[in-house]
Design a protein around this ligand. Sequence first.
Ligand SMILES: *Cc1c(COP(=O)(O)O)cnc(C)c1O
Length: 223
Amino acid sequence: MPNLENLNTLQEFTQKENVRLVAVSKTKTVEDILEVYTAGQRDFGENKAQELINKAPQLPDDIQWHFIGHLQSNKVKFVVPHANWIHSVDRPKIARTISKEAQKAGKIVNCLLQIHIADEENKFGFEFKKLHAWLTLNEFKELEGINWCGVMGMATLTDDMQKVKNEFQTLSKYFSTLKKDFFSENNDFKEISMGMTGDYKEAVECGSTMVRIGSLIFGERNS
Ligand SMILES: *Cc1c(COP(=O)(O)O)cnc(C)c1O
């Protein structure tokens, strides 16, 4: 069951800090999402293509859907019609596919470049140097189905909050470098998506503009 008190506290906090709150509804039911929607929440995040495809058509049209999970090429054409945002662009090939499918669907998707900042091997994302090298080739400018809006990252899952903060600061620096080198004329390139239930306060201290919060709003997940 959603915890509306936590939701309210988060809404007040993010409003005060001028940060967008993305309520991560993965594994949760349409009924749960509707309850959170009714409490004023409009941005929701899903990490599996199938879940987004199932739920989005059953829910109000003014929801902004954020796709935050690892995306397989063959799922892009199903995700793009529903997603307003894709936070997890982590390789050139997926960027090309998103752009192509967005053009087919007659839309432009807001995209974030996911960058690897954690020390665990199981976290996805561009290696920063490789990303910088790819952007130098300028191909990204030709991907007309994509509106480049910023970066996304996930910190290491650890109780060592100093380590988490260091990783968030690294992502902030990466953002500034990319802004300066490639996106200085793009006013939409301003987002740093970082921070989840366990580390959102640290993320906001380090410059986050979008926090992705699941358990604190919807309760613990079983799966
Ligand atoms: C599940 C998930 C979150 C939210 O996690 P919580 O710890 O429940 O807040 C945020 N970002 C991504 C990419 C996720 O997969």
